[in-house]
Design a protein around this ligand. Structure first.
Ligand code: ATP
Length: 361
Protein backbone atom coordinates (compact mmCIF):
# COMPACT_ATOMS: atom_id res chain seq x y z
CA UNK A 1 0.00 0.00 0.00
CA UNK A 2 1.12 3.52 -0.59
CA UNK A 3 0.29 7.17 -0.35
CA UNK A 4 -0.09 8.49 -3.89
CA UNK A 5 0.99 12.04 -4.62
CA UNK A 6 0.42 13.91 -7.85
CA UNK A 7 2.98 16.68 -7.87
CA UNK A 8 2.51 19.69 -10.17
CA UNK A 9 0.83 17.44 -12.70
CA UNK A 10 -0.52 18.52 -16.09
CA UNK A 11 -1.40 16.66 -19.23
CA UNK A 12 -2.00 17.74 -22.81
CA UNK A 13 -2.75 15.34 -25.66
CA UNK A 14 -1.69 18.01 -28.20
CA UNK A 15 2.07 18.29 -28.83
CA UNK A 16 2.71 22.00 -28.10
CA UNK A 17 0.12 23.21 -25.62
CA UNK A 18 -0.27 26.99 -25.78
CA UNK A 19 -2.67 27.71 -22.94
CA UNK A 20 -4.86 26.11 -20.24
CA UNK A 21 -7.52 25.12 -22.80
CA UNK A 22 -5.01 22.79 -24.49
CA UNK A 23 -4.66 20.73 -21.31
CA UNK A 24 -6.96 17.76 -20.67
CA UNK A 25 -5.66 17.97 -17.09
CA UNK A 26 -4.75 21.39 -15.77
CA UNK A 27 -2.53 21.95 -12.73
CA UNK A 28 -3.05 19.15 -10.17
CA UNK A 29 -1.49 18.78 -6.74
CA UNK A 30 -3.26 16.04 -4.81
CA UNK A 31 -2.42 13.32 -2.33
CA UNK A 32 -4.38 10.12 -1.89
CA UNK A 33 -3.67 8.95 1.66
CA UNK A 34 -2.63 5.35 2.27
CA UNK A 35 -5.71 3.19 2.90
CA UNK A 36 -8.24 5.86 1.91
CA UNK A 37 -11.41 5.34 -0.13
CA UNK A 38 -11.55 8.01 -2.82
CA UNK A 39 -13.89 8.77 -5.68
CA UNK A 40 -13.04 10.82 -8.75
CA UNK A 41 -16.33 12.38 -9.72
CA UNK A 42 -17.12 14.56 -12.70
CA UNK A 43 -19.01 14.77 -15.98
CA UNK A 44 -17.93 13.06 -19.18
CA UNK A 45 -14.74 14.57 -20.60
CA UNK A 46 -13.54 16.23 -17.37
CA UNK A 47 -10.34 14.17 -17.31
CA UNK A 48 -11.08 11.28 -14.94
CA UNK A 49 -9.78 8.53 -17.23
CA UNK A 50 -6.73 10.60 -18.13
CA UNK A 51 -5.91 10.93 -14.44
CA UNK A 52 -6.50 7.23 -13.77
CA UNK A 53 -4.25 6.29 -16.68
CA UNK A 54 -1.51 8.56 -15.35
CA UNK A 55 -1.69 6.92 -11.92
CA UNK A 56 -1.66 3.42 -13.43
CA UNK A 57 1.20 4.25 -15.80
CA UNK A 58 -0.68 3.77 -19.08
CA UNK A 59 -0.06 7.43 -19.80
CA UNK A 60 2.99 9.58 -19.03
CA UNK A 61 2.01 13.11 -17.95
CA UNK A 62 3.35 15.96 -20.05
CA UNK A 63 4.41 17.72 -16.86
CA UNK A 64 4.91 16.82 -13.19
CA UNK A 65 5.45 13.70 -11.13
CA UNK A 66 3.58 10.72 -9.70
CA UNK A 67 4.93 9.50 -6.35
CA UNK A 68 4.07 6.29 -4.51
CA UNK A 69 5.12 7.16 -0.97
CA UNK A 70 8.33 9.05 -1.68
CA UNK A 71 9.24 6.98 -4.76
CA UNK A 72 8.96 8.71 -8.13
CA UNK A 73 7.10 6.24 -10.39
CA UNK A 74 6.42 8.64 -13.27
CA UNK A 75 8.67 6.67 -15.63
CA UNK A 76 7.57 3.20 -14.48
CA UNK A 77 5.40 0.88 -16.60
CA UNK A 78 2.01 -0.27 -15.21
CA UNK A 79 3.27 -3.73 -14.22
CA UNK A 80 6.03 -2.14 -12.14
CA UNK A 81 3.57 -0.08 -10.11
CA UNK A 82 1.69 -2.95 -8.42
CA UNK A 83 -1.77 -1.70 -9.18
CA UNK A 84 -5.04 -3.59 -9.54
CA UNK A 85 -7.70 -2.26 -11.87
CA UNK A 86 -11.38 -3.03 -12.19
CA UNK A 87 -12.73 -1.76 -15.49
CA UNK A 88 -16.26 -1.09 -16.79
CA UNK A 89 -16.32 -4.51 -18.37
CA UNK A 90 -15.18 -7.41 -16.18
CA UNK A 91 -11.89 -8.97 -17.23
CA UNK A 92 -12.06 -12.70 -16.49
CA UNK A 93 -10.60 -15.82 -18.02
CA UNK A 94 -13.84 -17.46 -19.15
CA UNK A 95 -12.42 -20.93 -19.65
CA UNK A 96 -10.95 -21.06 -16.14
CA UNK A 97 -12.80 -21.80 -12.92
CA UNK A 98 -13.54 -19.02 -10.46
CA UNK A 99 -10.82 -20.51 -8.23
CA UNK A 100 -8.19 -20.43 -10.97
CA UNK A 101 -9.15 -16.87 -11.90
CA UNK A 102 -8.55 -15.74 -8.33
CA UNK A 103 -5.38 -17.81 -8.04
CA UNK A 104 -3.95 -16.51 -11.32
CA UNK A 105 -2.12 -13.39 -10.06
CA UNK A 106 -0.57 -15.36 -7.19
CA UNK A 107 0.56 -18.33 -9.29
CA UNK A 108 1.93 -15.83 -11.80
CA UNK A 109 4.13 -14.45 -9.03
CA UNK A 110 5.29 -17.91 -7.97
CA UNK A 111 3.43 -18.01 -4.65
CA UNK A 112 3.44 -21.47 -3.01
CA UNK A 113 0.26 -23.47 -3.71
CA UNK A 114 -0.68 -23.76 0.00
CA UNK A 115 -0.57 -19.96 0.34
CA UNK A 116 -2.52 -19.56 -2.90
CA UNK A 117 -5.23 -21.83 -1.56
CA UNK A 118 -5.46 -20.01 1.77
CA UNK A 119 -5.62 -16.59 0.16
CA UNK A 120 -8.10 -17.56 -2.58
CA UNK A 121 -10.50 -19.06 -0.03
CA UNK A 122 -10.17 -16.07 2.28
CA UNK A 123 -10.96 -13.59 -0.50
CA UNK A 124 -13.70 -15.77 -2.05
CA UNK A 125 -15.47 -15.72 1.31
CA UNK A 126 -15.19 -11.94 1.48
CA UNK A 127 -16.73 -11.44 -1.96
CA UNK A 128 -19.37 -14.18 -1.54
CA UNK A 129 -17.96 -16.47 -4.25
CA UNK A 130 -16.97 -19.40 -2.02
CA UNK A 131 -19.83 -21.59 -3.27
CA UNK A 132 -18.93 -21.07 -6.92
CA UNK A 133 -15.16 -21.61 -6.72
CA UNK A 134 -15.23 -24.76 -8.86
CA UNK A 135 -17.61 -23.30 -11.47
CA UNK A 136 -16.46 -21.94 -14.78
CA UNK A 137 -16.19 -18.15 -14.70
CA UNK A 138 -18.10 -17.96 -18.01
CA UNK A 139 -21.29 -19.04 -16.23
CA UNK A 140 -21.31 -16.10 -13.81
CA UNK A 141 -23.48 -13.01 -14.15
CA UNK A 142 -21.85 -9.62 -14.73
CA UNK A 143 -21.75 -8.79 -11.03
CA UNK A 144 -20.12 -12.16 -10.24
CA UNK A 145 -17.51 -11.50 -12.92
CA UNK A 146 -16.90 -8.01 -11.56
CA UNK A 147 -16.33 -9.58 -8.13
CA UNK A 148 -13.65 -11.78 -9.69
CA UNK A 149 -11.95 -8.70 -11.17
CA UNK A 150 -11.96 -7.16 -7.72
CA UNK A 151 -10.94 -10.43 -6.03
CA UNK A 152 -7.87 -10.69 -8.26
CA UNK A 153 -6.75 -7.36 -6.83
CA UNK A 154 -7.55 -8.32 -3.26
CA UNK A 155 -5.65 -11.63 -3.24
CA UNK A 156 -2.37 -9.82 -3.83
CA UNK A 157 -0.52 -8.42 -0.84
CA UNK A 158 1.72 -6.26 -3.04
CA UNK A 159 -1.03 -4.02 -4.45
CA UNK A 160 -0.45 -0.29 -3.86
CA UNK A 161 -3.90 0.80 -4.97
CA UNK A 162 -7.08 -0.72 -6.41
CA UNK A 163 -8.62 1.49 -9.06
CA UNK A 164 -12.18 1.19 -10.31
CA UNK A 165 -13.24 2.77 -13.60
CA UNK A 166 -17.05 3.02 -13.68
CA UNK A 167 -17.25 -0.58 -12.37
CA UNK A 168 -21.04 -0.76 -12.14
CA UNK A 169 -21.79 0.20 -15.75
CA UNK A 170 -22.81 -3.29 -16.87
CA UNK A 171 -24.39 -4.41 -13.60
CA UNK A 172 -28.17 -4.85 -13.42
CA UNK A 173 -29.73 -1.86 -11.67
CA UNK A 174 -31.19 -3.96 -8.84
CA UNK A 175 -27.77 -5.48 -8.10
CA UNK A 176 -25.89 -2.20 -8.27
CA UNK A 177 -26.61 -1.15 -4.74
CA UNK A 178 -25.59 -4.58 -3.44
CA UNK A 179 -22.22 -4.46 -5.15
CA UNK A 180 -21.79 -0.84 -4.12
CA UNK A 181 -22.32 -1.61 -0.45
CA UNK A 182 -20.10 -4.69 -0.80
CA UNK A 183 -17.27 -2.49 -2.07
CA UNK A 184 -17.69 -0.13 0.84
CA UNK A 185 -17.69 -3.01 3.32
CA UNK A 186 -14.60 -4.52 1.70
CA UNK A 187 -12.76 -1.25 1.90
CA UNK A 188 -13.50 -1.06 5.60
CA UNK A 189 -12.23 -4.61 6.07
CA UNK A 190 -9.05 -4.53 4.01
CA UNK A 191 -8.19 -0.80 4.35
CA UNK A 192 -6.48 -0.72 0.97
CA UNK A 193 -6.15 2.55 -0.95
CA UNK A 194 -9.03 2.57 -3.44
CA UNK A 195 -9.83 5.10 -6.15
CA UNK A 196 -13.23 4.85 -7.75
CA UNK A 197 -13.95 6.77 -10.96
CA UNK A 198 -17.53 7.65 -11.77
CA UNK A 199 -19.83 10.34 -13.14
CA UNK A 200 -22.58 9.14 -10.78
CA UNK A 201 -22.85 11.15 -7.56
CA UNK A 202 -24.69 8.39 -5.68
CA UNK A 203 -21.90 5.91 -6.38
CA UNK A 204 -19.22 8.43 -5.43
CA UNK A 205 -20.88 9.63 -2.24
CA UNK A 206 -21.76 6.16 -0.95
CA UNK A 207 -18.35 4.64 -1.66
CA UNK A 208 -15.86 7.33 -0.81
CA UNK A 209 -14.59 8.87 2.39
CA UNK A 210 -13.24 11.67 0.21
CA UNK A 211 -14.52 12.74 -3.17
CA UNK A 212 -12.35 14.53 -5.71
CA UNK A 213 -14.73 16.58 -7.86
CA UNK A 214 -13.42 17.42 -11.32
CA UNK A 215 -14.63 19.73 -14.05
CA UNK A 216 -12.93 20.62 -17.35
CA UNK A 217 -9.57 19.18 -16.41
CA UNK A 218 -9.48 20.77 -13.00
CA UNK A 219 -10.07 19.59 -9.44
CA UNK A 220 -12.71 21.94 -8.05
CA UNK A 221 -12.99 20.43 -4.57
CA UNK A 222 -11.74 17.52 -2.49
CA UNK A 223 -13.98 16.81 0.45
CA UNK A 224 -16.10 14.42 2.44
CA UNK A 225 -19.65 13.91 1.13
CA UNK A 226 -20.90 16.17 3.95
CA UNK A 227 -18.43 18.95 3.07
CA UNK A 228 -19.43 18.82 -0.59
CA UNK A 229 -23.06 19.05 0.37
CA UNK A 230 -22.80 21.70 3.05
CA UNK A 231 -19.97 23.86 1.75
CA UNK A 232 -19.47 23.61 -2.00
CA UNK A 233 -16.19 25.35 -2.82
CA UNK A 234 -17.35 26.05 -6.36
CA UNK A 235 -20.70 26.66 -8.00
CA UNK A 236 -20.09 23.56 -10.10
CA UNK A 237 -19.97 21.34 -6.99
CA UNK A 238 -23.21 22.87 -5.71
CA UNK A 239 -24.96 22.28 -8.97
CA UNK A 240 -23.48 18.87 -9.86
CA UNK A 241 -23.97 17.31 -6.42
CA UNK A 242 -27.45 17.20 -4.95
CA UNK A 243 -30.82 16.51 -6.45
CA UNK A 244 -31.99 19.06 -7.32
CA UNK A 245 -28.67 20.93 -7.27
CA UNK A 246 -27.91 24.19 -5.50
CA UNK A 247 -29.76 27.36 -6.53
CA UNK A 248 -27.21 29.68 -8.11
CA UNK A 249 -28.55 33.21 -8.28
CA UNK A 250 -27.13 36.48 -9.62
CA UNK A 251 -26.72 38.94 -6.77
CA UNK A 252 -25.12 42.19 -5.71
CA UNK A 253 -23.07 42.93 -2.62
CA UNK A 254 -22.80 46.45 -1.26
CA UNK A 255 -21.04 47.36 1.95
CA UNK A 256 -20.93 43.73 3.08
CA UNK A 257 -24.65 43.12 2.48
CA UNK A 258 -26.04 40.81 -0.21
CA UNK A 259 -29.04 41.70 -2.36
CA UNK A 260 -30.98 39.30 -4.56
CA UNK A 261 -33.42 40.91 -6.98
CA UNK A 262 -33.21 44.05 -4.85
CA UNK A 263 -34.09 42.24 -1.61
CA UNK A 264 -31.55 41.92 1.16
CA UNK A 265 -30.46 38.36 1.98
CA UNK A 266 -28.46 37.33 5.01
CA UNK A 267 -25.50 35.16 4.06
CA UNK A 268 -22.52 33.48 5.71
CA UNK A 269 -19.86 35.40 3.82
CA UNK A 270 -21.09 38.64 2.18
CA UNK A 271 -18.97 40.53 4.72
CA UNK A 272 -15.86 39.04 3.08
CA UNK A 273 -16.73 40.32 -0.41
CA UNK A 274 -14.49 43.21 -1.31
CA UNK A 275 -16.00 46.03 -3.35
CA UNK A 276 -14.35 46.64 -6.68
CA UNK A 277 -12.94 43.12 -7.30
CA UNK A 278 -13.82 41.73 -10.71
CA UNK A 279 -15.88 38.64 -11.55
CA UNK A 280 -19.61 38.05 -11.39
CA UNK A 281 -21.13 37.54 -7.94
CA UNK A 282 -23.67 34.81 -7.32
CA UNK A 283 -25.46 33.53 -4.31
CA UNK A 284 -25.61 29.77 -3.72
CA UNK A 285 -28.23 28.12 -1.55
CA UNK A 286 -29.34 24.51 -1.70
CA UNK A 287 -33.07 23.74 -2.02
CA UNK A 288 -32.78 21.99 1.37
CA UNK A 289 -31.94 25.36 2.99
CA UNK A 290 -34.77 27.39 1.45
CA UNK A 291 -38.13 27.41 3.20
CA UNK A 292 -41.55 28.96 2.87
CA UNK A 293 -41.99 31.87 5.27
CA UNK A 294 -44.57 34.37 6.45
CA UNK A 295 -42.31 37.23 5.43
CA UNK A 296 -39.09 37.32 3.47
CA UNK A 297 -38.04 37.20 -0.15
CA UNK A 298 -41.12 37.70 -2.31
CA UNK A 299 -41.65 34.81 -4.71
CA UNK A 300 -44.26 33.09 -6.81
CA UNK A 301 -44.92 29.34 -6.78
CA UNK A 302 -44.88 28.02 -10.35
CA UNK A 303 -44.77 24.23 -9.95
CA UNK A 304 -44.89 21.53 -7.29
CA UNK A 305 -43.71 17.98 -7.95
CA UNK A 306 -43.46 15.01 -5.67
CA UNK A 307 -40.19 13.10 -5.37
CA UNK A 308 -41.73 10.45 -3.10
CA UNK A 309 -39.73 11.65 -0.10
CA UNK A 310 -40.50 15.38 -0.28
CA UNK A 311 -42.12 17.97 -2.50
CA UNK A 312 -39.95 19.94 -4.91
CA UNK A 313 -41.36 23.44 -5.11
CA UNK A 314 -40.31 25.62 -8.03
CA UNK A 315 -40.71 29.33 -7.50
CA UNK A 316 -39.69 32.53 -9.24
CA UNK A 317 -38.22 35.57 -7.61
CA UNK A 318 -38.66 38.14 -10.37
CA UNK A 319 -37.42 36.13 -13.34
CA UNK A 320 -35.01 33.98 -11.30
CA UNK A 321 -36.01 30.35 -10.62
CA UNK A 322 -35.53 29.22 -7.01
CA UNK A 323 -36.21 25.64 -5.89
CA UNK A 324 -36.94 24.43 -2.39
CA UNK A 325 -37.75 21.12 -0.74
CA UNK A 326 -40.77 20.84 1.50
CA UNK A 327 -41.83 17.85 3.59
CA UNK A 328 -44.65 15.64 2.38
CA UNK A 329 -48.06 16.67 3.64
CA UNK A 330 -47.24 20.37 4.03
CA UNK A 331 -49.69 22.48 2.06
CA UNK A 332 -48.02 24.65 -0.59
CA UNK A 333 -49.60 28.03 -1.27
CA UNK A 334 -50.51 28.82 -4.86
CA UNK A 335 -49.26 32.04 -6.39
CA UNK A 336 -47.49 34.60 -4.23
CA UNK A 337 -45.47 33.49 -1.23
CA UNK A 338 -42.33 34.40 0.68
CA UNK A 339 -39.06 32.52 1.03
CA UNK A 340 -36.40 32.38 3.67
CA UNK A 341 -32.79 31.32 2.98
CA UNK A 342 -30.90 29.77 5.90
CA UNK A 343 -28.18 32.37 6.47
CA UNK A 344 -25.35 30.01 7.50
CA UNK A 345 -25.93 27.90 4.37
CA UNK A 346 -26.26 30.80 1.93
CA UNK A 347 -22.98 31.88 0.42
CA UNK A 348 -21.55 34.24 -2.13
CA UNK A 349 -19.47 32.94 -5.05
CA UNK A 350 -17.27 35.16 -7.16
CA UNK A 351 -16.46 33.96 -10.64
CA UNK A 352 -17.64 30.49 -9.66
CA UNK A 353 -15.50 30.15 -6.51
CA UNK A 354 -16.68 30.46 -2.91
CA UNK A 355 -15.61 33.76 -1.38
CA UNK A 356 -13.51 32.78 1.63
CA UNK A 357 -15.04 34.04 4.83
CA UNK A 358 -12.73 32.43 7.35
CA UNK A 359 -15.60 30.27 8.63
CA UNK A 360 -14.57 26.75 9.64
CA UNK A 361 -15.62 24.21 7.08
N1 ATP B 1 -6.22 9.83 -26.55
C1 ATP B 1 -6.70 11.07 -26.57
N2 ATP B 1 -6.31 11.96 -27.51
C2 ATP B 1 -6.76 13.24 -27.51
N3 ATP B 1 -7.65 13.73 -26.62
C3 ATP B 1 -8.09 12.89 -25.66
C4 ATP B 1 -7.64 11.52 -25.59
N4 ATP B 1 -8.25 10.94 -24.52
C5 ATP B 1 -9.03 11.89 -23.95
N5 ATP B 1 -8.93 13.06 -24.63
C6 ATP B 1 -9.59 14.32 -24.29
O1 ATP B 1 -9.19 14.68 -22.97
C7 ATP B 1 -10.30 15.18 -22.22
C8 ATP B 1 -10.51 14.34 -20.96
O2 ATP B 1 -10.93 13.04 -21.37
P1 ATP B 1 -11.12 11.82 -20.35
O3 ATP B 1 -11.46 10.61 -21.14
O4 ATP B 1 -9.95 11.75 -19.43
O5 ATP B 1 -12.40 12.31 -19.53
P2 ATP B 1 -13.40 11.45 -18.62
O6 ATP B 1 -13.79 12.35 -17.53
O7 ATP B 1 -12.79 10.16 -18.27
O8 ATP B 1 -14.63 11.22 -19.59
P3 ATP B 1 -15.56 9.91 -19.72
O9 ATP B 1 -16.34 9.84 -18.43
O10 ATP B 1 -16.42 10.25 -20.91
O11 ATP B 1 -14.65 8.76 -19.94
C9 ATP B 1 -11.50 15.19 -23.16
O12 ATP B 1 -11.60 16.47 -23.73
C10 ATP B 1 -11.11 14.17 -24.23
O13 ATP B 1 -11.71 14.49 -25.46
Amino acid sequence: MAKITLDDLRHAYVPNPQGPDDYALKQLDISFEDGGAYALLGPSGCGKTTLLNIISGLLTPSHGKVLFDSKDVTGLAPDQRHIAQVFQFPVVYDTMSVYDNLAFPLRNRGVAEADVDRKVREIAAMIDLEDTLENRASGLTADGKQKISLGRGLVRDDVNVIMFDEPLTVIDPHLKWQLRSKLKELHQRVARTMIYVTHDQTEALTFADKVVVMNVGQVVQIGTPVELFETPAHEFVGHFIGSPGMNILDCEVKGGKAFFRGQEVETANAGAVKDGESGPLRLGVRPEFVSLAERGIEAEVVKVSDSGRYQIVETRVGDAPVKLLVNEGVEIPTGRTALSFRADRTRIYRDGWLVASGETR
